[in-house]
Design a protein around this ligand. Structure first.
Ligand code: GLN
Length: 204
């Protein structure tokens, strides 16, 4: 495998530019993905934050739905952040009837889970495998309501310690699939992107 793997960012909607920058910082050669053909030469893919209902519609309109599912089934490493986590989830608790996900991760997510008052918040979280805590930014984020036996939990929020958010799962890995409820691409901390680049290198 070349020293710099080729990683795409799904660019139909969402915070694409921030991920491109973070991935470059983490040692990848980056490109945007809008067409099925652009998926072919990739070693890995990032699905950014945004709005999963819109992203789902656009993925289907751009005829990316079937090719993306195929690449995921074939083992393409994919990292989904926030709306990207929702896209990778096998199950959503509260989706509009016509919302589909790409799936791949054996998790159930709850969209906009942290509620209206705490729509968006920040918290320092412990992330498995990293020695220093990570400052995590949550923007109308989902949480992982339930995770299957082959899903590795990488991070949870502390919240206030007692409320419904306390201890909720906010980062997971299953094989080559990685997902976070939060947005590491906006903080300048590239450790999640570095972890993803490492996963991509391992798999290539
Ligand atoms: N609430 C959004 C959704 O359901 C996700 C928010 C985000 O990606 N920042 O898709």
């Amino acid at each position: 495998m070349t020293a710099r793997p080729s990683i795409g960012v799904l660019a139909v909607q969402g915070d694409v530019r921030e991920h491109l920058r973070a991935l470059e910082g983490a040692g990848a050669v980056v490109r945007t993905v809008r067409r099925p053909a652009e998926l072919e030469a990739l070693d890995g893919l990032v699905i950014p934050g945004g709005e999963s209902t819109t992203m789902d519609k656009l993925v289907r309109a751009f005829e990316l739905y079937a090719p993306l599912r195929q690449r995921i089934a074939d083992g393409l490493p994919v990292y989904g952040s926030c709306a990207g986590m929702i896209m990778l989830a096998d199950r959503i608790t509260d989706a509009p009837g016509d919302q589909q996900t790409l799936g791949g991760l054996d998790i159930t997510v709850r969209r906009n889970a942290f509620g209206r008052q705490v729509d968006s918040f920040e918290e320092d979280i412990d992330f498995a495998g990293l020695d220093a805590p990570m400052h995590a930014v949550f923007i109308r984020a989902p949480w992982v309501e339930q995770a299957g036996p082959s899903v590795q939990v990488l991070a949870r929020v502390a919240g206030d310690g007692t409320g419904p958010a306390a201890g909720r799962i906010v980062a997971v890995r299953q094989g080559a699939l990685l997902a976070t409820s939060f947005h590491p691409e906006v903080t300048g901390d590239t450790r999640v992107h570095e972890l993803f680049v490492e996963i991509v290198r391992e798999r290539a």
